[in-house]
Each structure stands twice: as C-alpha cells, then as structure tokens.
Design a protein around this ligand. Structure first.
Ligand SMILES: Nc1nc2c(c(=O)[nH]1)N[C@H]1C(S)=C(S)[C@@H](COP(=O)(O)OP(=O)(O)OC[C@H]3O[C@@H](n4cnc5c(=O)[nH]c(N)nc54)[C@H](O)[C@@H]3O)O[C@H]1N2
Ligand SMILES: Nc1nc2c(c(=O)[nH]1)N[C@H]1C(S)=C(S)[C@@H](COP(=O)(O)OP(=O)(O)OC[C@H]3O[C@@H](n4cnc5c(=O)[nH]c(N)nc54)[C@H](O)[C@@H]3O)O[C@H]1N2
Ligand code: SF4
Ligand SMILES: [Mo]
Length: 813
C-alpha cells in the first residue's frame, strides 16, 4: 500500500502475524490475556475416527458471513468452529456461529408442511403432505390470477439467508416470473441513500468504504451511530487492534455502551440530532479555511456552478455543443470549461451567459452557516467546544475514518446524516485514500442472486413498504385499484421485523382480506404464526450455495454437510415445485448450486474476479474484491468516484425518491439539511404524553429475530429486557428486575427493567428480536414502531418513536 500515511508505520497486524508466525484467532493483540472466541472454538475436542470435515458459512444478515468448519459424525453435525481464510485476519466466529448444532437440531424446528386448522393466528396446525401443500397453494394462486390479476400475490424475500441463490436469487426469479408484487427497500436505506447520491457505490449500494483492514491507517476513527461491538464483532476487533497501534477512537452515540467504554473518547448526542453536529462542524471547517482546497477542486463538485433550476451550468447552456461543466477561472474571473480550468473558483456568485449562478461550495456554505456550534449544542447537547475540537481534528489531523451504521439512519430524514458526512469528507479530503473513508461496508449484492433474471419478460411490481399494509386493507395503491389477496414469504420474518406490527396483524386478521398466506421458515416466528400453510426449508448446511455478503472480501463455498432433516426441502426445490404447477416449470429446473452457478456467470464482479464454482470448490474462499491481502481495497482511490461527475457530489444535481413517494420534494434534497425527527423530538406535542425515545439495539444475542429460540443464547440472555436511565426509573418508581409496560398509541410490550447509567434520561432501549410468544404478556417491541418512512428512501424509522413506561403487575392489561 504505497503512500499510506500510517500513524504507526512499519508494523501492521498482518506483518506482525507474519513475522511472529502467530495465527489469527490465537490470543494476540487486542486482548493479551484473554483468548478470543475464535481461539476457544478451535479444535479442542479430539477428532473421532471417521469424522468428516466440511466447510460452509454462517449466513444470517449480520453483515458478515463467517466461514465455518463443520464436523459431521455418522451423518450428524456435531461441531461448528471458525473456518480458515486465505487471510486469516478475517477468521472469526461469534457465539451464534458456534451454536449451530443446537439450531440445526432444535426440537421445535418445523419438520413437515403444516396447515392451519384453527382460526388464523390460533397456533393450531395439522401435518399435510408436500403434494397437498403444493396443490392447495397453486390452485389458489391460479384462481387469484384469474380473479384479481398477477399482482395480487405479494412476495416477501428478506435477509434470513444471504446465500447467493437462497437470498435474492431464486425467490427473485420466481416473483418476477410470477409477475407478483413486492415491497421496496425498507431497512438501512436512509444511510444508503445519502451515500449513494454523493459518493456512489463501487459494486453494491452497501459497499462504499475502504476494506476494514485499512482502518489501522486512520489517525482517528469516529464510530458514529454503530453498535460496536454487538452488531459488528467481526469489524470491531480490527478497530481495537488499530487502537493498540495508535488510532484514536471517538464514539458518538446517545448511550454509553460496550463500544463506548473502550473508546478513547465518548461523546453523547441527543437521538436524531447528529446532522446538526456535522453541519456545525462544516461551518467551522469552511469558516476557518480548514478545507482541503486541492481535493475540493479536483475531486468534488465544489467549483461547479449551480443555476436557479438546481442544475449545474453546462457548455450547452451557453450555446456550446458539448455537455462539459462550466466553472469560473480564479485568475481571469471568466467562465471556462471544467476540463480546461486549472484553478477554478471554489466560492462565489456570478452572472454567466444570462444565468445567475453560485458555486456548489458556496451553496453548501449557505446551508451550514445557520449552524453555529452554540446552536448545534442546543439541538444535540454536544458542547460547542467539543464540536470545535471534532471539526479541527477531523479536518486537520487525518487521515480519518468515520465508521457508521444505522443509528441515525432510523430517524426521519436520516439520509441527510450520511449526505452531510459525505460532504464533510469531501471538503476535508478524508476519502479515497488509505485511512480515510466513510460509507457502508457490506459486500451485499456484490455477488447478487438478483442476476438470475427470468427468461420471461416478467417483473414483480414494487409497492412502498410503509404503504403495503394499507394496500392489503383497502385494495388500493395511491388511488388505483390494487388488490393483494395472497402472500408468500421466505427468508423473511416481516411481521417480526416490519414496523407497526398491529397494523400487519390487523390486515391479516381482517376477514376476506388475504385468502392465502404461505411462509417457508424453520420456527413458528411472528410471521409463521399467522400463516395458513407453513413449508419447512432445508437448513444452511443441508444444501449447497455460495455467499458473497460480508464485510470481508471473500465469496465462500457452502458445502452440503448433512441431508435435509425431516421432510424439509431446499428453497430452490420448493420454488421449483410451485413453478411447475404454475406453468413455469421450464424456467425452474435447476438444483441449488446450478442456480448459484448461473448467478456467478452473470455477475460482473464474479467474472471480473474469476469467482467460479470450480475455484470455490477447490479453494473454499475466493477473494471477490479488487486489491489483495496486502493491498486492501480503497474506495474511490485517488479521488475518482463512481458518480455521474466522477467526483464527490456533496451537491446532488438530480435527487430521486426510492419509492417515488409523492411527498418527496427534490428542491430540498440537493444539499444536506438538519430536519428534526418526526416523532422523537422535544418540540413535538406528543412528547408531553410519551416523553421517552424508544431505541431497539441489534444485540449480540440474536440476529434480528434469528437465534431467538436458540437454547445456548437463551442461557445467556434468557428473557426480554429494557434499559432505563436511573433518573427515569426513579421518577416512575421502577427498580431493577421489575416488570414494566412500555406503551404508546400503537401498542405495548411488557419486559423486565434493567437500570443503566449508560443511558441518558429520556431514552429507553429495548434490544430487538424477541418473538411475541416469548413475552410474559401480549405485545412486542414491534408494536411500538411507526410505519412512516423517509420520502427519499422509503426507510422505516424505527428509532423515531416515543413511548411511556410504567410499572406492570401480572394481570394488568
Ligand atoms: N448481533 C447482531 N448483529 C447484527 C444484527 C443483529 O440483529 N444482531 N443486525 C445486522 C443488520 S441487518 C444491521 S442493519 C446492523 C445494524 O447495526 P447497528 O446500526 O450498529 O445496530 P443498532 O443496534 O441499530 O445500533 C445503532 C447504534 O446507534 C446508536 N444510536 C441510536 N440513535 C442514534 C442517534 O441518533 N445518533 C447516534 N450517533 N447514534 C444513535 C445506538 O445507541 C446504537 O449504538 O447490524 C447487523 N449485525
Ligand atoms: N423495530 C425494529 N425493527 C427492525 C430493525 C430495527 O432496528 N428495529 N432493523 C431492521 C433491519 S436493519 C433489518 S435488515 C430487518 C431484517 O428482517 P428479516 O429479513 O426479516 O430478518 P430475520 O429476522 O433475520 O428473519 C429472516 C427469517 O428468515 C428465516 N430464514 C433463515 N434462513 C432461511 C432459509 O434458508 N430459508 C428460509 N425459507 N427462511 C430462512 C429465519 O428463520 C427468519 O425467520 O429487520 C428490521 N427490523
Ligand atoms: S452471526 Fe455473524 S459474526 Fe456470528 S458467526 Fe454468524 S456470521 Fe459470524
Ligand atoms: Mo439491516
């Protein structure tokens, strides 16, 4: 990595490992006295004669896919440990990965096709044959096609398994071939939208950051709205190792959690206010001339001229033939083509060819000018002096990395947070080089199964996720007739994971609304509970696939280790059976791995990196990202961005709305703004009635709703809890261990109270993922969340939620 400005040159962890001969996973840097889980999971158990070793991957959407080494004895999976990588810095596992034996053989795993016999939701089922299940489903679907049209079947294809063919591949191909309906984005898209419109993305909307091993090259690492180490154990250790080598970690989060406790500096912030802090930082950076002029000039749209209509001034506007951008030359003060200007004005307002124009940087300056550090302090609670320090360190003491995930994303207009972050990285040049990075960090869809296009021309129609439940209830979508009469869900627990659970339950329980609800899943989840027919899918180790969804740079072969248990069938087999009966059989003939192979052959990324099934079978894990183990991938290296202008577009010329939301106003979307949360904000009248912001951690004890029924994890995290600040607990007479009821107008949840000094007053945190049957009283964390989404991104805003808390006694409502 030539030219890297490392704060600790010479000794990288990789070099250190190489020179000492230590293998990753042993107790090395970061935890001198304590062995890592990976080390603990190593082969301490003696191998039995005849044991077989297979390799696969752990494939929930935890944003990593750890490679697994699986021991099979007499056809039974007996052990899951961490599998090797070409670069073993990526060799990791967490408790969830280690507990796969228990998940695979869980006594409550759904074993056979089941049909509801009682009322919907009653939990009364009878076993049926595969033949009967497939016939009943397809006969109903054929009737609905005739009566209501093909869009009347709504498909949910979630993130339960991120294998190439299981995840988006086969289900997408099927819903397209069926010309059914689906919902748009839903989760994490606020963050994605702000980055995508400014810095673009390299291969997938979820990857626009440097490869994580590069974090050691950062002088400062700002962890801003990410639940390290709970939600990212696989990335967290790289950060801690960087810290040991001199990188300073700043942690900006409303709560003082495990990650914050390990940081060099913790900065508490009011929920949903981060954009205001960044706006103030940018004001200071511009005011004090801490900008990186060269980077602004050569790699951002700073000198571009913006017309009154919001578009950039082009040669064609001035009567020229081309579309090159026009700038003003700093020496001559005359307009010039960007390609010819060596020193364009960064700031200023001009009259050019009859247009009154401003440079994009001037427009950014105008929107940040409102944010004095004192004003930002009032909004965010971060002291003005701390904001000044943050601005100075970020601008002047780099290279700096900001690692963010989805805390600020889960608020209304959360996309402006990532938009502002990109603007700040651009004007300070903290991007496109070693140690300097922002963005998202998952190889998601890089090796997408979505490339499994249907040979028919059909496509599923997307409806906005937040509106879907109303479409079901009213039969109308944005004023037009749109009947939805059946649902098919696989790899999705949407009733557990979509906001405003009671609205969904209501839609499913309304007579004559949904004729047939089919789910393929392993457990009686919140979604399965309301199904009419349940189909048992084969588990991850009972079939072949490849995964390319990770924060490490490898595609991993998922070998079949054991036969499908009970009567389970792989998702591909299930869909093949359904397709056959729907007259689509000719397009759905392949086995799991044949589908995967087809996807890899159609994937540009797989082709470019020579990721083939043959290689995967031989090597197990194949790098599928530019760069190599010693030269990690640097996003937008050299300042060349995957955007229309090839520059960092902190001014977005043509903002769009992900779900074409009629509420979307493009005129306010060019530049970042601070727009307060919709619900969870002190100025909201609802605050009087519901004075607590409701957060829901992605906790280490579950993956969303997966592992909720796992006996090993439940030993350690046995029951639903909520964390309250001592002040809020005392005010309500609540003590540690009391049962409390958390409620708002949408619903309730009853959980055990834990008191934490790490929480600020006014915030309650209820780790997510428990299922309805795991609470002591009716309710769910998901009853409390709201369905409104950000018009730009259709992102559910699960933290933009207000609640009240009271003591609960058994027998209460
Ligand atoms: N173990 C485990 N790992 C997971 C998951 C899981 O469920 N379990 N889920 C995976 C998935 S799909 C995702 S999207 C990611 C999610 O990963 P994260 O985004 O890291 O998960 P959250 O728990 O939502 O954490 C958000 C963090 O932001 C903080 N926060 C809340 N509001 C604000 C705010 O207004 N400002 C700031 N600065 N911080 C705020 C919260 O206190 C928390 O620390 O994790 C992935 N990894
Ligand atoms: N309140 C609140 N809600 C949230 C969030 C939040 O922070 N707060 N976070 C949101 C986020 S970021 C995300 S990404 C979503 C995730 O939402 P989902 O995509 O629904 O995620 P999971 O809970 O992992 O559920 C997936 C289901 O797929 C099943 N499954 C796993 N593997 C397979 C398989 O091979 N075949 C079949 N047929 N099924 C399989 C699992 O058993 C599980 O029931 O949740 C969102 N929901
Ligand atoms: S849950 Fe995530 S971190 Fe844990 S073993 Fe599985 S892939 Fe790895
Ligand atoms: Mo997510």
């Amino acid at each position: 990595m030539s030219g890297a400005t490392s704060p600790h040159p010479g000794l990288t962890r990789r070099n250190f490992l190489k020179t000492t001969g230590l293998v990753a996973g042993a107790a090395v840097a970061g935890s001198a006295a304590l062995p890592t889980l990976t080390a603990l999971a190593e082969d301490t158990q003696p191998m039995h004669k005849g044991d077989q070793i297979f390799h696969s991957a752990c494939v929930p959407n935890c944003e990593n896919t750890c490679r697994l080494k699986l021991t099979v004895r007499d056809g039974k999976l007996v052990k899951a440990t961490a599998g090797d990588f070409p670069n073993n810095e990526y060799k990791r596992i967490c408790l969830k990965g280690m507990s796969h034996v228990f998940r695979t053989y869980h006594p409550d795993r759904i074993k056979y096709p089941m049909k509801r016999v009682g009322e919907r939701g009653s939990g009364e089922w009878e076993r049926i044959s595969w033949d009967d299940a497939i016939s009943e489903i397809t006969e109903c679907w054929k009737r609905l096609h005739e009566q209501y049209g093909k869009q009347s079947i709504l498909f949910f294809n979630g993130t339960g398994n991120v294998g190439v063919s299981t995840c988006s591949g086969i289900p997408t191909k099927f819903m397209n071939a069926m010309e059914g309906s689906k919902t748009t984005g839903v989760f994490d898209y606020n963050a994605v939208t702000g980055f995508q419109r400014t810095i673009g993305f390299a291969f997938s909307v979820f990857w626009n950051q440097n490869e994580i091993v590069d974090v050691k090259n950062a002088k400062n690492l700002f962890i801003w709205g990410a639940n390290m180490p709970d939600s990212q154990p696989h990335n967290w250790h790289f950060m801690r190792e960087a810290q040991e080598q001199g990188t300073k970690i700043w942690f900006i989060d409303p709560k003082f959690n495990t990650g914050a406790s390990k940081a060099d500096e913790y900065i508490p912030v009011r929920c949903g206010s981060d954009t205001a802090v960044m706006m103030a930082m940018m004001r200071l950076i511009i005011e004090r001339d801490w900008i990186d002029r060269e980077f602004c000039r050569d790699h951002t749209v700073a000198p571009f001229l913006v017309k009154n209509d919001g578009l950039f001034l082009r040669e064609s506007d001035l009567g020229g033939a081309g579309e090159d951008y026009v700038v003003v030359d700093a020496k001559t003060h005359k307009e010039m083509l960007l390609a010819e200007a060596s020193d364009p004005e960064l700031f200023g307002e001009f009259d050019v060819g009859g247009y009154h124009v401003k440079t994009a940087l001037t427009m950014l300056k105008e929107v940040v000018d409102e944010f004095s550090p004192e004003y930002a302090e009032k909004l965010s609670t971060v002291p003005a002096a701390k904001i000044e320090e943050l601005a100075e360190v970020y601008a002047l003491d780099g290279p700096n990395t900001i690692f963010t995930l989805f805390g600020p994303d889960r608020f209304y207009n959360g996309h402006f947070f990532s938009h502002a972050m990109a603007a700040m990285a651009g004007i300070t040049g903290n991007i496109g080089k070693p140690g300097a990075s922002i963005g998202e960090h998952v190889l998601w869809t890089y090796l997408s199964g979505g490339t499994l296009n249907t040979p028919t021309k059909g496509r599923a129609t997307a409806i906005a996720s937040g509106e879907a439940v109303d479409v079901i209830r009213t039969g109308k979508y944005r004023g037009k007739d749109y009947p939805i009469k059946a649902i098919y869900a696989c790899t999705s627990n949407f009733i557990g994971n979509y906001s405003d659970q009671n609205a969904w339950i209501d839609a499913l329980m309304t007579p004559d609304c949904i004729d047939l609800f089919v789910v393929a899943d392993f457990h009686y989840t919140d979604t399965v509970r309301f199904a009419d027919i349940v189909l048992p899918p084969a588990y991850w180790f009972e079939k072949e696939d490849v995964t390319g969804n990770a924060t490490h740079p490898y595609a991993i072969m998922q070998e079949k280790c054991i036969e499908p248990l009970f009567e389970s069938k792989t998702d591909a087999e299930i869909i093949n059976l359904l397709a056959e009966k729907m007259g689509l059989g000719e397009y759905f003939q392949q086995s799991d791995i044949e589908y995967t192979e087809e996807a890899l052959k159609k994937s540009k990324a797989a082709v470019a990196n020579n990721v083939t099934i043959e290689r995967l079978r031989k090597e197990g894990a194949v790098r599928c990202l530019p760069g190599d183990d010693d030269n990690p991938f640097i996003f937008a290296e050299g300042g060349v961005f995957p955007t229309p202008t090839k520059r960092l577009e902190f001014y977005c010329e043509k903002p769009t709305s992900f779900a074409k939301d009629p509420k979307f106003d493009p005129s306010i979307e060019h530049l970042p703004h601070f727009i307060p949360p919709l619900e969870a904000w002190p100025e909201n009248d609802l605050y009087q009635k519901y004075p607590l912001v409701f957060l829901q951690d992605h906790t280490r004890w579950r993956m969303h709703t997966q592992w909720a029924y796992d006996p090993v994890l439940r030993e350690l995290d046995p029951e639903p809890v909520a964390y309250l600040s001592p002040q809020d607990a005392e005010k309500r007479g609540i003590k540690r261990g009391d049962l409390i009821r958390i409620f708002n107008d949408r619903g309730q949840i009853v959980v055990k109270a834990l008191i934490s000094k790490g929480l600020p007053p006014g915030v309650v945190n209820c780790p997510k993922g428990w299922q309805r049957d795991q609470y002591v009283a009716p309710g769910s964390f998901q009853e409390l969340t709201q369905r409104t989404s950000t018009p730009a991104s259709d992102n559910h805003i699960q933290f933009d939620v207000l609640v009240e808390v009271e003591s609960y006694k058994e027998g209460d409502k």
